[in-house]
Design a protein around this ligand. Structure first.
Ligand SMILES: Nc1ncnc2c1ncn2[C@@H]1O[C@H](COP(=O)(O)OP(=O)(O)OP(=O)(O)O)[C@@H](O)[C@H]1O
Ligand SMILES: [Mg+2]
Length: 446
């Protein structure tokens, strides 16, 4: 059985001994067993992870087991339940089965009985899964990462994809803002139309209108043909306004007008055209501060900042470094048709301590450079750029407390003067009484 075929099981019992018995009994097999010792805890687990099967005791501390069975049946109709009870009455058994449980097992549990019941249900679940349409792998839109920071970003992408509101993505350079914008577009119902990236720094002021809204032939000197603007190209789709913080006030004004009127004037034409484009903007700048200083239009800011997504810098999510670097190494190694090297523990530590001013882009570039410059199976500290190697010197590893250093120094001085405290105190620059006290504390400490 492959990992994704395994079943997640939750055992709910007020008695720790029973939970341990269940875990021990099911430890073999492809089963992931979570435990909860109260109904409240079980509810939390059910809500946050996909459980397939619950082993539920009829007597849990905070809620009646049969009521809890009913709750599961109502809230999670795909979950199968096995109930357990110490000396169950016939009435209990009847109610459990009527309530939708597969069966009711008497405690102490007999391992073979429990296993048989679980296996029967696992068979039922496998059949049910086979009937389901092939579910796609968990969607992460090419966004690699396991940190809470990236999970939060993914959650916000999901939400943004279901609505049509404008989005403002902010975060340092190289954190993945464009990747986030693309993910939103391709997850939204605009996916069939175009995603059009526009770099706001790259539009010359004189060409803004023509670039955004297009022009007709002969609209101005040099307009030999008519040309579509970004807003026409992205009609029905998404415009990605990159580096919006660098947009000139002129450009800001033009953008605001389209956002307000949802229509464009094609340069040189007297027609007004309706457009339906969603705006996703991104910046590494502090827009609210720019608004304060009058460098960014407040009305435009509020039009853009309907959904706000912050992509945290890599140094704030060091858990993502290993999955990311493995992903990039693997990708480049495949391109270069060589095996993917691994990092030595020491080298990995260096990567995790490094501040990554260039964020994921810097990590991506490093991965490529490492593959070009090394040919072994292992990447060691010595293969890393100087700036990353030096980190170890500032690492806290092996650094001692002041008290430890002081104690060692006092003992060294004392040894040098054959235990002569007057002499030692003089060298140490303290009086004899202070030295005596320090020594007393030292010897009593161990
Ligand atoms: N979580 C991630 N998983 C995989 N690749 C990533 C991730 N984040 C960023 N990248 C990659 O890192 C590079 C930089 O990302 P991107 O261009 O989206 O950053 P950015 O925030 O737009 O940067 P800038 O502000 O400099 O434009 C891209 O090649 C992108 O594919
Ligand atoms: Mg970018």
């Amino acid at each position: 059985m492959k990992a994704q075929d395994s079943f997640k099981l939750l055992a709910v019992d007020g008695d720790d001994g029973s939970l341990e018995d269940i875990q021990a009994c099911l430890a073999e097999g492809e089963l992931i067993v979570a435990t909860a010792s109260s109904g409240a805890e079980a509810m939390r687990i059910l809500e946050f992870s996909k459980v397939d099967l619950v082993i539920l005791d009829i007597q849990i501390p905070d809620i009646d087991g049969l009521s809890f069975l009913q709750y599961i049946q109502e809230q999670f109709k795909d979950i199968e339940v096995i109930m357990t009870a110490r000396s169950p009455s016939v009435r209990d058994a009847v109610q459990a089965i009527k309530g939708g449980a597969e069966n009711l097992l008497a405690k102490p549990l007999q391992p073979h009985e429990l296993l048989a019941a679980v296996n029967r249900l696992a068979g039922k679940l496998t059949q049910r899964r086979a009937l389901l349409p092939q579910s796609p792998p968990p969607e992460t839109y090419g966004l690699i990462g396991i940190s809470d920071g990236i999970r939060n970003v993914i959650e916000r992408i999901e939400r943004a994809a279901t609505i049509n509101a404008n989005v403002l993505i902010h975060g340092e350079s190289g954190t993945g803002k464009e990747l986030v914008a693309r993910a939103i577009h391709y997850r939204s119902d605009r996916a069939a139309a175009r995603f059009v990236p526009v770099n706001c720094t790259a539009i010359p002021d004189t060409l803004i209108e023509s670039e955004l809204f297009g022009h007709v032939k002969g609209a101005f000197t040099g307009a030999k043909d008519s040309r579509a603007g970004f807003f026409q190209i992205a009609d029905g789709g998404t415009i990605f306004l990159d580096e919006i913080g660098d947009a000139s006030l002129n450009l800001q004004g033009k953008l605001l007008r389209v956002l307000q009127n949802k229509e464009i004037h094609i340069v040189g034409s007297s027609h007004v055209r309706k457009v339906d484009t969603r705006i996703i903007a991104a910046t590494h700048k502090d827009l609210p501060a720019m608004v304060q200083k009058g460098l960014f239009r407040e009305d435009l800011y509020y039009r853009l900042d309907v959904v706000d997504i912050y992509v945290p810098p890599l140094r704030e999510r060091p858990d993502d470094i290993l999955p990311l670097v493995n992903h990039f190494l693997h990708r480049f190694a495949r391109e270069m048709e060589r095996t993917t090297p691994v990092f030595s523990d020491r080298a990995l530590e260096n990567l995790q301590r490094y501040a990554w001013p260039g964020n994921v882009r810097e990590l991506e570039n490093l991965s490529q450079r490492l593959l070009v410059n090394t040919d072994g199976d292992t990447i060691d500290t010595s293969d890393l750029p100087e700036t990353m190697r030096r980190i170890t010197l500032t690492s806290t590893e092996g650094l001692q407390s002041l008290a430890t250093v002081e104690a060692a120094h006092i003992l060294r001085v004392l040894a040098a003067v054959d235990g002569n405290k007057t002499h030692a105190a003089k060298i140490l620059g303290i009086d004899r009484k202070t030295l005596r006290e320090k020594l007393k504390r030292l010897t009593s400490a161990g």
